[in-house]
Design a protein. Structure first.
Length: 356
């Protein structure tokens, strides 16, 4: 899973990126500090993984991972090449989902390129630029599809109908996802506004309730997920020794770090879940889409396992915790044998039998 962090210049993208990835991206009071996208690998927090580690006592534990990409700031006119427009738009096309960072903090030492803090205005600017870029892209594609459709190509004719519908939505100033066509059916069109969006507000340490309220309303109007936190505070939390973070969060009245909230929201946004494999060598979490069948889940581990799939031995995390060990589950006949069409559930512990 790869999530691109986008936003106007000076909204705190590099600061948030550093907090999320414990990375070292440049952060300063200048537009376009980030020119080439920084990429950070973030492990997905999952308490179940630690419980499994306590049961199996493996040599190593490997969480599921997410890639965050810090993409250069966008300005008005990016769809026409302003600022780093073309590079910015190309980078967005490569990611699975968008984390749209919106400035909710006031800081006279960090200039806002458009003046006062206004989350609704800022959201509309980026959304408009992405819509304009999609319109330009779709018009070029329609010209080619019309030629192919006239020659009797059925596939081109079907795609033409879908893209015409999307164009109508874009011309109304709405993102392509509003057309009601599944993203999977438009994937090869390379449309930016098809991608799922999570809005994240970067607040002051003491957030302005009215500014946050405006931000949340704008996100809800778009049917998108949203959350807010103070990027500056997150950057401080991440510098603490791990054993001190829990106490600090409790003192601040927080249950999870911003990173954990973003990951949980991103998983929900993309319809993802984790299953586990366990043993003396390694306990590991694997990311799959909800609804994934057993053979495809095996392929997340290795393509050879999927090709030679025989069956999966499966039991749930909850049952393992209840009975204390895998051996106890086997004694009670609670380890199921499932075929390739079995739909893997969140928290399943799987052992795949296969032949090469």
């Amino acid at each position: 899973m790869e999530i691109g962090i986008v936003g106007l210049p000076n909204v705190g993208k590099s600061t948030i990126f550093n907090a999320l990835t414990s990375g070292h991206a440049a952060a300063s009071n200048y537009p376009f500090t980030t020119i080439e996208p920084n990429v950070g690998i973030v492990f997905v927090p999952d308490e179940r993984l630690q419980v499994l580690t306590g049961i199996y006592k493996p040599e190593k534990t490997t969480p599921a991972a997410t890639r965050f990409v810090d993409i250069a700031g966008l300005v008005k006119g990016a769809s026409k090449g302003e600022g780093l427009g073309n590079k910015f738009l190309a980078n967005i096309r490569e990611v699975d989902a968008i984390l749209h960072l919106v400035r909710l903090f006031r800081d006279p030492d960090v200039i806002h390129t458009l003046g006062p803090v206004d989350p609704r205005r800022d959201i509309e600017i980026i959304e408009t630029e992405l819509i304009l870029a999609d319109l330009d892209s779709i018009e070029k594609q329609l010209d080619k599809l019309k030629t192919k459709a006239r020659t009797g190509m059925k596939e081109a004719a079907e795609k033409l109908v879908k893209l015409e519908k999307v164009k109508g939505v874009l011309e109304k100033g709405q993102p392509a996802r509003s057309a009601g066509i599944p993203e999977s059916e438009l994937k090869d069109a390379g449309l930016l506004t098809c991608k799922s969006v999570l809005f994240v507000g970067n607040t002051d340490e003491q957030p302005d309730p009215e500014v946050v309220k405006t931000f949340e309303a704008a996100a809800r109007e778009r049917g998108a997920g949203y959350l807010s936190f103070c990027g500056k505070l997150e950057a401080e939390i991440i510098q603490l020794p791990e054993e001190e973070r829990g106490a600090f969060l409790k003192e601040m009245g927080l249950e999870m770090t911003g990173l954990e909230r973003v990951i949980v929201s991103a998983y929900d946004l993309l319809g993802l879940q984790s299953f586990f494999t366990g043993g003396a060598d390694e306990v590991r979490a694997w990311t799959i889409a909800k609804g994934t069948r057993a053979r495809e889940a095996a392929g997340a581990i290795h393509t050879d396992i999927a090709k030679g799939f025989i069956r999966a031995e499966v039991f749930s995390f909850a049952e393992l915790v209840q009975h204390g060990s895998e051996a106890a589950l086997r004694e009670r006949g609670l380890v199921r044998s499932e075929g390739k069409e079995y739909e893997v559930k969140s928290g399943d512990v799987c052992f795949f039998k296969f032949s090469v």
